[in-house]
Design a protein around this ligand. Structure first.
Ligand code: ADP
Ligand code: MG
Length: 581
Protein backbone atom coordinates (compact mmCIF):
# COMPACT_ATOMS: atom_id res chain seq x y z
CA UNK A 1 0.00 0.00 0.00
CA UNK A 2 1.37 3.37 -1.01
CA UNK A 3 0.39 6.42 1.05
CA UNK A 4 -0.75 9.38 -1.02
CA UNK A 5 1.31 12.56 -1.10
CA UNK A 6 -0.28 15.49 0.73
CA UNK A 7 0.91 18.97 1.72
CA UNK A 8 1.53 19.26 5.47
CA UNK A 9 -0.59 21.65 7.53
CA UNK A 10 1.10 24.92 8.51
CA UNK A 11 1.23 24.20 12.23
CA UNK A 12 2.92 20.87 11.62
CA UNK A 13 5.49 22.55 9.35
CA UNK A 14 6.25 25.01 12.16
CA UNK A 15 6.50 22.19 14.67
CA UNK A 16 9.01 20.45 12.42
CA UNK A 17 10.96 23.70 12.01
CA UNK A 18 10.83 24.10 15.80
CA UNK A 19 13.00 20.98 16.00
CA UNK A 20 15.86 23.03 14.58
CA UNK A 21 15.09 26.48 15.94
CA UNK A 22 13.70 25.70 19.40
CA UNK A 23 16.02 23.08 20.82
CA UNK A 24 15.46 24.07 24.45
CA UNK A 25 14.38 27.08 26.56
CA UNK A 26 17.73 28.73 25.84
CA UNK A 27 16.89 28.83 22.13
CA UNK A 28 13.64 30.60 22.93
CA UNK A 29 15.60 33.13 24.97
CA UNK A 30 18.06 33.61 22.10
CA UNK A 31 15.41 34.19 19.44
CA UNK A 32 13.35 36.58 21.55
CA UNK A 33 16.41 38.54 22.69
CA UNK A 34 17.58 38.87 19.09
CA UNK A 35 14.17 40.21 18.11
CA UNK A 36 14.32 42.71 20.97
CA UNK A 37 17.75 43.89 19.81
CA UNK A 38 16.61 44.15 16.19
CA UNK A 39 13.75 46.29 17.53
CA UNK A 40 16.32 48.82 18.87
CA UNK A 41 15.62 48.20 22.54
CA UNK A 42 17.67 50.03 25.18
CA UNK A 43 16.65 47.94 28.18
CA UNK A 44 15.54 44.32 28.29
CA UNK A 45 14.15 42.30 31.22
CA UNK A 46 14.23 38.52 31.12
CA UNK A 47 12.09 36.52 33.54
CA UNK A 48 12.55 32.77 33.67
CA UNK A 49 10.66 30.18 35.64
CA UNK A 50 12.07 26.71 36.28
CA UNK A 51 15.03 27.28 33.98
CA UNK A 52 12.69 28.58 31.27
CA UNK A 53 10.85 25.25 31.00
CA UNK A 54 7.79 26.71 32.66
CA UNK A 55 8.08 30.25 31.41
CA UNK A 56 10.27 32.66 29.45
CA UNK A 57 9.01 36.21 29.60
CA UNK A 58 10.99 38.91 27.88
CA UNK A 59 10.04 42.56 28.02
CA UNK A 60 11.73 45.14 25.80
CA UNK A 61 11.37 48.87 25.20
CA UNK A 62 11.86 48.69 21.45
CA UNK A 63 9.80 49.92 18.50
CA UNK A 64 6.94 47.48 19.06
CA UNK A 65 4.66 45.79 16.52
CA UNK A 66 1.65 47.54 14.97
CA UNK A 67 -1.65 45.84 15.82
CA UNK A 68 -2.60 44.68 12.34
CA UNK A 69 0.81 43.03 11.85
CA UNK A 70 0.61 40.99 15.05
CA UNK A 71 -0.89 37.90 13.35
CA UNK A 72 1.88 38.13 10.73
CA UNK A 73 4.61 38.23 13.37
CA UNK A 74 3.67 34.68 14.35
CA UNK A 75 3.07 33.48 10.79
CA UNK A 76 5.72 31.36 9.16
CA UNK A 77 8.18 33.08 6.80
CA UNK A 78 6.86 36.52 7.67
CA UNK A 79 9.49 39.13 8.52
CA UNK A 80 10.01 42.88 8.50
CA UNK A 81 13.76 42.48 8.04
CA UNK A 82 14.32 41.45 4.43
CA UNK A 83 12.29 41.82 1.29
CA UNK A 84 14.50 40.37 -1.45
CA UNK A 85 17.47 38.16 -2.19
CA UNK A 86 19.64 41.29 -2.38
CA UNK A 87 18.63 42.16 1.19
CA UNK A 88 19.57 38.65 2.28
CA UNK A 89 23.06 39.09 0.89
CA UNK A 90 23.72 42.15 2.99
CA UNK A 91 21.58 41.39 6.02
CA UNK A 92 22.48 43.51 9.04
CA UNK A 93 19.77 42.40 11.49
CA UNK A 94 20.14 39.37 13.74
CA UNK A 95 16.94 37.78 12.44
CA UNK A 96 15.71 37.47 8.85
CA UNK A 97 14.21 34.00 8.42
CA UNK A 98 10.82 34.92 9.85
CA UNK A 99 10.32 31.56 11.48
CA UNK A 100 11.28 31.96 15.15
CA UNK A 101 8.00 33.23 16.55
CA UNK A 102 6.00 30.81 14.39
CA UNK A 103 8.11 27.90 15.62
CA UNK A 104 7.90 28.97 19.26
CA UNK A 105 4.14 29.55 18.94
CA UNK A 106 3.64 26.03 17.60
CA UNK A 107 5.15 24.34 20.66
CA UNK A 108 4.11 26.59 23.58
CA UNK A 109 1.46 28.93 24.92
CA UNK A 110 2.57 32.28 23.52
CA UNK A 111 1.30 35.71 24.41
CA UNK A 112 2.57 38.87 22.75
CA UNK A 113 1.70 42.27 24.16
CA UNK A 114 3.10 45.21 22.26
CA UNK A 115 2.74 48.92 21.84
CA UNK A 116 4.25 51.22 19.21
CA UNK A 117 4.95 54.89 19.93
CA UNK A 118 2.00 56.12 17.85
CA UNK A 119 -0.56 53.77 19.42
CA UNK A 120 -2.73 55.02 22.29
CA UNK A 121 -2.61 51.64 24.02
CA UNK A 122 -1.08 48.20 23.70
CA UNK A 123 -2.44 45.18 21.80
CA UNK A 124 -2.07 41.53 22.50
CA UNK A 125 -2.54 38.12 20.91
CA UNK A 126 -2.54 34.61 22.40
CA UNK A 127 -1.62 31.43 20.54
CA UNK A 128 -1.53 27.93 22.05
CA UNK A 129 0.33 25.21 20.17
CA UNK A 130 0.02 27.17 16.93
CA UNK A 131 -3.77 27.76 17.35
CA UNK A 132 -4.89 31.35 17.89
CA UNK A 133 -7.02 31.34 21.05
CA UNK A 134 -7.35 35.08 21.42
CA UNK A 135 -7.22 37.30 18.38
CA UNK A 136 -5.62 40.74 18.41
CA UNK A 137 -7.29 42.68 21.22
CA UNK A 138 -6.63 45.90 23.12
CA UNK A 139 -4.47 45.45 26.18
CA UNK A 140 -2.51 47.52 28.66
CA UNK A 141 1.23 47.72 28.52
CA UNK A 142 4.18 50.12 28.11
CA UNK A 143 5.96 51.02 24.86
CA UNK A 144 7.78 48.05 23.44
CA UNK A 145 7.06 44.36 23.34
CA UNK A 146 6.53 41.69 25.95
CA UNK A 147 6.75 38.09 24.80
CA UNK A 148 5.52 35.45 27.20
CA UNK A 149 6.30 31.82 26.38
CA UNK A 150 4.73 29.37 28.81
CA UNK A 151 4.79 25.56 29.00
CA UNK A 152 7.32 24.89 26.28
CA UNK A 153 6.55 21.63 24.43
CA UNK A 154 3.24 21.18 26.32
CA UNK A 155 1.77 19.71 23.11
CA UNK A 156 4.84 17.69 22.06
CA UNK A 157 5.50 15.43 25.08
CA UNK A 158 8.20 13.49 23.24
CA UNK A 159 10.30 16.64 22.99
CA UNK A 160 9.49 17.69 26.51
CA UNK A 161 11.25 14.56 27.69
CA UNK A 162 14.52 15.85 26.26
CA UNK A 163 14.52 18.80 28.63
CA UNK A 164 17.07 18.54 31.40
CA UNK A 165 16.68 19.71 35.00
CA UNK A 166 15.64 23.33 35.54
CA UNK A 167 19.14 24.07 36.86
CA UNK A 168 20.76 22.76 33.68
CA UNK A 169 18.30 24.57 31.44
CA UNK A 170 18.86 27.76 33.45
CA UNK A 171 22.60 27.36 32.82
CA UNK A 172 22.00 27.16 29.08
CA UNK A 173 19.72 30.21 29.20
CA UNK A 174 22.38 32.18 31.08
CA UNK A 175 25.03 31.15 28.54
CA UNK A 176 22.86 32.58 25.78
CA UNK A 177 22.09 35.73 27.74
CA UNK A 178 25.78 36.34 28.51
CA UNK A 179 26.77 35.88 24.87
CA UNK A 180 24.20 38.39 23.74
CA UNK A 181 24.86 40.84 26.57
CA UNK A 182 28.59 40.85 25.77
CA UNK A 183 27.85 41.89 22.21
CA UNK A 184 25.65 44.80 23.31
CA UNK A 185 27.06 46.52 26.41
CA UNK A 186 25.05 49.61 25.42
CA UNK A 187 21.81 47.76 26.25
CA UNK A 188 20.77 47.28 29.90
CA UNK A 189 19.76 43.76 30.92
CA UNK A 190 18.07 42.35 34.00
CA UNK A 191 17.61 38.63 34.50
CA UNK A 192 15.14 37.13 36.98
CA UNK A 193 14.71 33.50 37.91
CA UNK A 194 11.74 32.22 39.93
CA UNK A 195 11.02 35.76 41.10
CA UNK A 196 14.58 36.73 42.08
CA UNK A 197 17.04 38.98 40.24
CA UNK A 198 20.10 36.93 39.29
CA UNK A 199 21.95 39.27 36.92
CA UNK A 200 21.74 42.97 36.27
CA UNK A 201 23.92 44.89 33.87
CA UNK A 202 23.33 48.61 33.26
CA UNK A 203 24.18 50.21 29.92
CA UNK A 204 27.99 50.34 30.15
CA UNK A 205 31.30 50.34 28.27
CA UNK A 206 32.64 47.22 26.58
CA UNK A 207 35.37 46.87 29.20
CA UNK A 208 32.86 47.16 32.05
CA UNK A 209 30.52 44.58 30.52
CA UNK A 210 33.39 42.21 29.79
CA UNK A 211 34.64 42.49 33.36
CA UNK A 212 31.14 42.01 34.76
CA UNK A 213 30.61 38.82 32.76
CA UNK A 214 34.04 37.20 32.53
CA UNK A 215 35.07 38.06 36.06
CA UNK A 216 38.11 38.95 38.09
CA UNK A 217 40.63 36.51 36.62
CA UNK A 218 40.11 37.84 33.09
CA UNK A 219 40.00 41.43 34.33
CA UNK A 220 43.50 41.08 35.77
CA UNK A 221 44.96 39.39 32.73
CA UNK A 222 43.33 40.88 29.71
CA UNK A 223 45.09 42.49 26.78
CA UNK A 224 43.06 44.90 24.66
CA UNK A 225 42.91 44.43 20.89
CA UNK A 226 41.78 46.93 18.31
CA UNK A 227 42.82 46.45 14.70
CA UNK A 228 41.30 47.86 11.55
CA UNK A 229 42.41 46.71 8.14
CA UNK A 230 40.47 47.55 5.00
CA UNK A 231 37.05 45.93 5.25
CA UNK A 232 37.85 44.03 8.42
CA UNK A 233 38.12 45.09 12.01
CA UNK A 234 38.45 43.34 15.32
CA UNK A 235 38.00 44.75 18.82
CA UNK A 236 37.97 43.16 22.20
CA UNK A 237 40.18 41.53 24.80
CA UNK A 238 42.28 38.41 24.96
CA UNK A 239 43.86 36.75 27.98
CA UNK A 240 47.56 36.67 28.69
CA UNK A 241 48.83 33.14 28.07
CA UNK A 242 49.58 32.61 31.74
CA UNK A 243 45.87 33.00 32.52
CA UNK A 244 44.60 30.06 30.53
CA UNK A 245 41.87 27.50 31.16
CA UNK A 246 41.33 23.81 30.60
CA UNK A 247 38.18 24.44 28.58
CA UNK A 248 37.27 26.81 25.76
CA UNK A 249 34.21 27.97 27.69
CA UNK A 250 35.32 31.59 27.96
CA UNK A 251 35.75 32.32 24.28
CA UNK A 252 33.22 34.71 22.85
CA UNK A 253 33.53 35.56 19.19
CA UNK A 254 31.14 37.77 17.24
CA UNK A 255 30.71 38.64 13.62
CA UNK A 256 28.80 41.85 13.02
CA UNK A 257 27.25 41.60 16.47
CA UNK A 258 26.23 37.96 16.08
CA UNK A 259 27.72 35.30 18.37
CA UNK A 260 29.31 32.57 16.27
CA UNK A 261 31.38 29.43 16.78
CA UNK A 262 33.29 29.44 13.55
CA UNK A 263 36.06 27.01 12.71
CA UNK A 264 38.12 29.52 10.73
CA UNK A 265 38.16 31.92 13.67
CA UNK A 266 38.78 29.20 16.23
CA UNK A 267 41.63 27.86 14.17
CA UNK A 268 43.17 31.32 13.89
CA UNK A 269 42.94 31.77 17.67
CA UNK A 270 44.64 28.44 18.32
CA UNK A 271 47.36 29.19 15.81
CA UNK A 272 48.01 32.63 17.34
CA UNK A 273 48.38 31.17 20.84
CA UNK A 274 50.31 28.14 19.70
CA UNK A 275 53.63 29.65 20.52
CA UNK A 276 52.79 30.75 24.01
CA UNK A 277 50.34 28.20 25.28
CA UNK A 278 50.49 24.50 25.87
CA UNK A 279 48.30 22.62 23.36
CA UNK A 280 45.71 21.52 25.89
CA UNK A 281 45.19 24.92 27.49
CA UNK A 282 42.60 27.40 26.27
CA UNK A 283 42.74 31.20 26.31
CA UNK A 284 39.84 33.43 27.36
CA UNK A 285 38.71 36.10 24.95
CA UNK A 286 35.99 38.38 23.68
CA UNK A 287 36.42 39.39 20.05
CA UNK A 288 34.01 41.48 18.02
CA UNK A 289 34.78 41.15 14.34
CA UNK A 290 33.21 43.53 11.86
CA UNK A 291 33.19 42.64 8.19
CA UNK A 292 31.16 43.93 5.25
CA UNK A 293 27.93 41.89 5.32
CA UNK A 294 28.42 41.00 1.63
CA UNK A 295 31.63 39.13 2.50
CA UNK A 296 30.02 36.73 4.93
CA UNK A 297 27.07 34.38 4.52
CA UNK A 298 25.05 34.04 7.72
CA UNK A 299 22.33 31.92 6.17
CA UNK A 300 24.15 28.63 6.70
CA UNK A 301 22.41 27.32 9.78
CA UNK A 302 18.88 27.87 11.22
CA UNK A 303 20.29 29.05 14.54
CA UNK A 304 22.80 31.20 12.60
CA UNK A 305 25.74 30.32 14.85
CA UNK A 306 27.80 29.25 11.85
CA UNK A 307 28.87 31.44 8.98
CA UNK A 308 30.72 31.14 5.72
CA UNK A 309 33.30 33.69 4.66
CA UNK A 310 33.86 34.57 1.08
CA UNK A 311 37.59 34.96 1.78
CA UNK A 312 38.24 32.63 4.68
CA UNK A 313 42.03 32.74 4.18
CA UNK A 314 42.08 36.53 4.53
CA UNK A 315 39.88 36.44 7.64
CA UNK A 316 42.07 33.75 9.16
CA UNK A 317 45.22 35.70 8.48
CA UNK A 318 43.71 38.90 9.88
CA UNK A 319 42.52 37.37 13.16
CA UNK A 320 45.73 35.40 13.54
CA UNK A 321 47.89 38.50 13.04
CA UNK A 322 45.80 40.66 15.36
CA UNK A 323 46.09 38.20 18.26
CA UNK A 324 49.65 37.20 17.48
CA UNK A 325 50.80 40.82 17.60
CA UNK A 326 48.86 41.62 20.73
CA UNK A 327 50.55 38.69 22.44
CA UNK A 328 53.98 39.58 21.13
CA UNK A 329 54.71 42.66 23.18
CA UNK A 330 56.70 41.66 26.25
CA UNK A 331 55.43 43.17 29.47
CA UNK A 332 58.88 44.54 30.21
CA UNK A 333 58.58 46.74 27.14
CA UNK A 334 55.20 48.21 28.02
CA UNK A 335 56.34 50.43 30.88
CA UNK A 336 55.53 47.70 33.38
CA UNK A 337 51.80 48.08 32.79
CA UNK A 338 51.18 44.41 32.97
CA UNK A 339 53.95 43.57 35.32
CA UNK A 340 54.57 40.09 36.48
CA UNK A 341 53.74 40.38 40.11
CA UNK A 342 53.24 37.85 42.78
CA UNK A 343 50.98 39.13 45.58
CA UNK A 344 47.63 38.54 43.87
CA UNK A 345 48.50 34.93 43.39
CA UNK A 346 46.95 32.59 45.94
CA UNK A 347 50.03 30.39 46.03
CA UNK A 348 52.22 33.33 46.91
CA UNK A 349 49.71 34.66 49.43
CA UNK A 350 49.66 31.33 51.17
CA UNK A 351 53.41 31.34 51.09
CA UNK A 352 53.58 34.77 52.65
CA UNK A 353 50.92 34.03 55.22
CA UNK A 354 52.47 30.75 56.26
CA UNK A 355 54.46 30.76 59.47
CA UNK A 356 57.62 29.76 57.69
CA UNK A 357 58.32 33.35 56.91
CA UNK A 358 61.33 33.61 59.16
CA UNK A 359 63.15 31.16 56.97
CA UNK A 360 66.21 33.14 55.95
CA UNK A 361 66.35 31.70 52.47
CA UNK A 362 63.67 31.02 49.92
CA UNK A 363 64.11 27.41 48.91
CA UNK A 364 64.85 26.62 45.31
CA UNK A 365 61.78 24.41 45.10
CA UNK A 366 59.70 27.41 46.13
CA UNK A 367 61.17 29.38 43.28
CA UNK A 368 60.49 26.56 40.88
CA UNK A 369 56.89 26.46 42.02
CA UNK A 370 56.61 30.15 41.37
CA UNK A 371 57.84 29.87 37.83
CA UNK A 372 55.64 26.96 37.02
CA UNK A 373 52.49 28.10 38.74
CA UNK A 374 52.47 31.84 39.01
CA UNK A 375 50.51 34.02 36.68
CA UNK A 376 51.41 37.64 36.01
CA UNK A 377 49.06 40.38 37.10
CA UNK A 378 48.96 44.11 37.41
CA UNK A 379 51.17 45.62 40.07
CA UNK A 380 51.52 49.19 41.23
CA UNK A 381 54.90 50.33 40.03
CA UNK A 382 56.77 52.25 42.64
CA UNK A 383 59.87 54.18 41.86
CA UNK A 384 63.04 53.38 43.78
CA UNK A 385 65.67 56.16 43.58
CA UNK A 386 68.67 53.62 44.32
CA UNK A 387 68.52 52.21 40.04
CA UNK A 388 67.96 53.40 36.32
CA UNK A 389 65.10 52.80 33.93
CA UNK A 390 65.98 49.52 32.27
CA UNK A 391 62.76 47.48 32.48
CA UNK A 392 64.38 44.29 33.68
CA UNK A 393 67.14 46.11 35.52
CA UNK A 394 70.70 44.94 36.18
CA UNK A 395 71.83 41.45 37.04
CA UNK A 396 73.15 41.00 40.56
CA UNK A 397 73.69 37.28 40.87
CA UNK A 398 72.88 33.81 39.69
CA UNK A 399 71.45 31.30 42.13
CA UNK A 400 71.15 27.58 42.04
CA UNK A 401 72.69 27.63 38.59
CA UNK A 402 69.16 28.28 37.37
CA UNK A 403 67.86 31.71 38.30
CA UNK A 404 69.14 35.18 37.58
CA UNK A 405 68.54 37.83 40.22
CA UNK A 406 68.32 41.37 38.91
CA UNK A 407 67.35 44.70 40.36
CA UNK A 408 65.12 47.22 38.61
CA UNK A 409 63.34 50.33 39.81
CA UNK A 410 60.46 48.30 41.22
CA UNK A 411 62.55 45.89 43.20
CA UNK A 412 63.75 42.39 42.53
CA UNK A 413 63.48 40.57 39.20
CA UNK A 414 63.81 36.79 39.10
CA UNK A 415 64.52 35.19 35.76
CA UNK A 416 64.35 31.53 34.78
CA UNK A 417 67.52 31.69 32.74
CA UNK A 418 66.98 28.64 30.53
CA UNK A 419 63.33 29.36 29.76
CA UNK A 420 64.12 33.00 28.96
CA UNK A 421 67.08 32.20 26.75
CA UNK A 422 65.09 29.51 24.98
CA UNK A 423 62.39 32.03 24.09
CA UNK A 424 64.96 34.57 22.89
CA UNK A 425 66.55 32.01 20.58
CA UNK A 426 63.24 30.61 19.39
CA UNK A 427 62.01 34.04 18.37
CA UNK A 428 65.29 34.74 16.61
CA UNK A 429 65.09 31.48 14.64
CA UNK A 430 61.52 32.22 13.62
CA UNK A 431 62.48 35.66 12.32
CA UNK A 432 65.26 34.11 10.29
CA UNK A 433 62.82 31.56 8.92
CA UNK A 434 60.29 34.12 7.81
CA UNK A 435 62.98 36.11 6.02
CA UNK A 436 63.73 33.22 3.69
CA UNK A 437 62.30 29.77 3.23
CA UNK A 438 65.21 27.45 2.60
CA UNK A 439 64.25 24.76 0.21
CA UNK A 440 65.64 21.28 -0.13
CA UNK A 441 65.51 19.85 -3.65
CA UNK A 442 65.01 16.12 -3.52
CA UNK A 443 67.20 13.92 -5.69
CA UNK A 444 64.42 11.41 -5.99
CA UNK A 445 60.88 12.80 -5.75
CA UNK A 446 58.72 11.40 -2.98
CA UNK A 447 55.50 9.95 -4.32
CA UNK A 448 52.54 10.36 -1.99
CA UNK A 449 49.26 8.52 -2.38
CA UNK A 450 46.30 10.80 -1.89
CA UNK A 451 42.57 10.93 -2.46
CA UNK A 452 41.09 12.46 -5.57
CA UNK A 453 39.85 15.38 -3.48
CA UNK A 454 43.39 15.98 -2.21
CA UNK A 455 44.77 15.93 -5.76
CA UNK A 456 42.26 18.63 -6.63
CA UNK A 457 43.27 20.70 -3.59
CA UNK A 458 46.95 20.35 -4.45
CA UNK A 459 46.33 21.54 -7.99
CA UNK A 460 44.32 24.54 -6.76
CA UNK A 461 46.97 25.52 -4.21
CA UNK A 462 50.07 24.84 -6.28
CA UNK A 463 51.29 28.42 -6.40
CA UNK A 464 50.76 28.93 -2.67
CA UNK A 465 52.49 25.64 -1.93
CA UNK A 466 55.50 26.58 -4.05
CA UNK A 467 55.90 29.79 -2.01
CA UNK A 468 56.07 27.66 1.09
CA UNK A 469 58.84 25.57 -0.41
CA UNK A 470 56.75 22.68 -1.67
CA UNK A 471 57.20 21.85 -5.32
CA UNK A 472 54.58 19.32 -6.30
CA UNK A 473 53.43 17.67 -9.45
CA UNK A 474 50.31 15.64 -9.90
CA UNK A 475 51.16 12.28 -11.43
CA UNK A 476 47.69 10.80 -11.51
CA UNK A 477 44.32 11.13 -9.77
CA UNK A 478 45.80 9.45 -6.71
CA UNK A 479 49.50 10.28 -6.81
CA UNK A 480 51.42 13.45 -6.12
CA UNK A 481 55.19 13.76 -6.43
CA UNK A 482 56.99 16.05 -3.97
CA UNK A 483 60.09 17.46 -5.70
CA UNK A 484 61.19 19.86 -3.01
CA UNK A 485 60.19 20.79 0.52
CA UNK A 486 61.32 23.23 3.23
CA UNK A 487 64.72 22.23 4.65
CA UNK A 488 63.39 22.27 8.19
CA UNK A 489 60.88 19.60 7.36
CA UNK A 490 63.27 17.22 5.66
CA UNK A 491 62.85 14.84 8.58
CA UNK A 492 59.05 15.01 8.74
CA UNK A 493 56.71 12.42 7.26
CA UNK A 494 56.04 14.11 3.91
CA UNK A 495 52.81 12.29 3.13
CA UNK A 496 51.21 13.12 6.45
CA UNK A 497 52.44 16.69 6.37
CA UNK A 498 51.11 17.22 2.86
CA UNK A 499 47.72 15.80 3.79
CA UNK A 500 47.44 18.06 6.84
CA UNK A 501 48.55 21.03 4.82
CA UNK A 502 45.99 20.41 2.09
CA UNK A 503 43.27 19.94 4.68
CA UNK A 504 44.27 23.17 6.36
CA UNK A 505 44.30 25.11 3.10
CA UNK A 506 40.91 23.68 2.29
CA UNK A 507 39.26 24.23 5.69
CA UNK A 508 40.59 27.61 6.68
CA UNK A 509 42.63 28.86 3.75
CA UNK A 510 45.64 28.95 6.05
CA UNK A 511 49.00 27.28 6.11
CA UNK A 512 49.21 27.20 9.87
CA UNK A 513 49.98 23.48 9.92
CA UNK A 514 53.14 24.02 7.94
CA UNK A 515 54.22 26.90 10.10
CA UNK A 516 53.48 24.89 13.23
CA UNK A 517 55.57 21.97 12.01
CA UNK A 518 58.52 24.22 11.27
CA UNK A 519 58.15 26.09 14.52
CA UNK A 520 58.19 22.82 16.40
CA UNK A 521 61.57 22.06 14.88
CA UNK A 522 62.83 25.52 15.78
CA UNK A 523 61.54 25.21 19.34
CA UNK A 524 63.51 22.00 19.79
CA UNK A 525 66.57 23.65 18.29
CA UNK A 526 66.15 26.61 20.66
CA UNK A 527 65.76 24.34 23.66
CA UNK A 528 69.00 22.53 22.81
CA UNK A 529 70.91 25.73 22.18
CA UNK A 530 69.73 27.64 25.27
CA UNK A 531 71.93 27.89 28.34
CA UNK A 532 71.59 24.84 30.52
CA UNK A 533 71.14 24.74 34.24
CA UNK A 534 74.38 25.02 36.22
CA UNK A 535 76.17 26.97 33.48
CA UNK A 536 77.91 29.81 35.23
CA UNK A 537 77.08 33.20 33.71
CA UNK A 538 79.00 36.35 34.52
CA UNK A 539 77.17 39.63 35.15
CA UNK A 540 77.77 40.88 31.61
CA UNK A 541 76.26 37.72 30.15
CA UNK A 542 73.27 37.94 32.45
CA UNK A 543 72.74 41.61 31.58
CA UNK A 544 72.96 40.71 27.90
CA UNK A 545 70.17 38.16 28.34
CA UNK A 546 68.01 40.71 30.19
CA UNK A 547 68.50 43.22 27.36
CA UNK A 548 67.57 40.58 24.76
CA UNK A 549 64.44 39.67 26.70
CA UNK A 550 63.35 43.29 26.70
CA UNK A 551 63.30 43.40 22.94
CA UNK A 552 62.07 39.89 22.22
CA UNK A 553 58.47 39.23 21.31
CA UNK A 554 56.61 36.97 23.72
CA UNK A 555 59.59 37.04 26.09
CA UNK A 556 57.30 36.81 29.11
CA UNK A 557 56.42 33.17 28.61
CA UNK A 558 58.05 29.97 27.58
CA UNK A 559 56.44 27.99 24.76
CA UNK A 560 54.05 26.36 27.18
CA UNK A 561 52.82 29.55 28.73
CA UNK A 562 54.88 29.48 31.92
CA UNK A 563 56.42 32.77 33.01
CA UNK A 564 60.10 33.36 32.21
CA UNK A 565 60.46 36.07 34.82
CA UNK A 566 58.64 37.51 37.78
CA UNK A 567 58.84 40.74 39.71
CA UNK A 568 59.03 41.07 43.45
CA UNK A 569 58.37 44.69 44.33
CA UNK A 570 59.85 46.31 47.40
CA UNK A 571 56.39 46.07 48.99
CA UNK A 572 56.37 42.35 48.31
CA UNK A 573 59.74 42.05 50.02
CA UNK A 574 58.56 44.24 52.91
CA UNK A 575 55.61 41.90 53.40
CA UNK A 576 57.95 38.94 53.51
CA UNK A 577 59.81 40.53 56.39
CA UNK A 578 56.64 41.96 57.94
CA UNK A 579 58.15 45.43 57.78
CA UNK A 580 55.79 48.28 58.60
CA UNK A 581 53.34 46.02 60.39
P1 ADP B 1 12.66 37.38 12.13
O1 ADP B 1 13.29 37.92 13.37
O2 ADP B 1 13.53 36.44 11.41
O3 ADP B 1 12.10 38.46 11.24
P2 ADP B 1 10.67 36.31 13.93
O4 ADP B 1 9.70 35.20 13.78
O5 ADP B 1 11.67 36.23 15.01
O6 ADP B 1 11.38 36.49 12.53
O7 ADP B 1 9.86 37.65 14.11
C1 ADP B 1 8.90 38.01 13.12
C2 ADP B 1 8.70 39.51 13.07
O8 ADP B 1 8.06 39.97 14.24
C3 ADP B 1 9.98 40.31 12.99
O9 ADP B 1 10.43 40.45 11.65
C4 ADP B 1 9.58 41.65 13.61
O10 ADP B 1 9.01 42.49 12.64
C5 ADP B 1 8.49 41.27 14.58
N1 ADP B 1 9.01 41.22 15.97
C6 ADP B 1 9.32 40.12 16.67
N2 ADP B 1 9.73 40.44 17.90
C7 ADP B 1 9.70 41.78 18.00
C8 ADP B 1 10.01 42.73 19.03
N3 ADP B 1 10.45 42.35 20.24
N4 ADP B 1 9.82 44.04 18.77
C9 ADP B 1 9.37 44.44 17.56
N5 ADP B 1 9.07 43.60 16.54
C10 ADP B 1 9.22 42.29 16.76
MG1 MG C 1 13.75 36.76 15.02
Amino acid sequence: MRASIAALPDTLISQIAAGEVVERPASVVKEILENAIDAQSRAITIRLEEGGCQRVLIQDDGIGIVANELPLAIARHATSKIRSLDDLESVASLGFRGEALASIASVSRLNITTRTSDASHAWSIQVNGGQCVQDVAPASGPLGTSIDVADLYFNTPARRKFLKSPATELGHCLDVIRRIALARPDIAFAVWHNGKVIERWPSQSIAERVDAILGEEFKNHRIPIEVLQGQLSVRGFISQPTASRARADMQFTYINGRYVRDKVIQHAIRAAYQDVLHGDRQPMLVLAIEIQPELVDVNVHPAKTEVRFRESGAVHQFIYQAIHQALAKPASASAMETMQSIPSNPLWNRFIESKNLNLPVTERTDLERLFVKLTPSVAQPQAIPESNDLPLGHAIAQIGGIYILAQNKHGLVLVDMHAAHERVLYEKFKTELSAEVRVQELLVPIVVHVSEKETGLAQEARAALRQMGFDLSVLSKHEIAIRSLPVLLAKADPAELLRHLLEDLHQTGSQAVLEAAQHEELATKACHAAVRAHRYLNLAEMDALLRQMETTDRADQCNHGRPTWIQLSIQDLDKLFMRGR
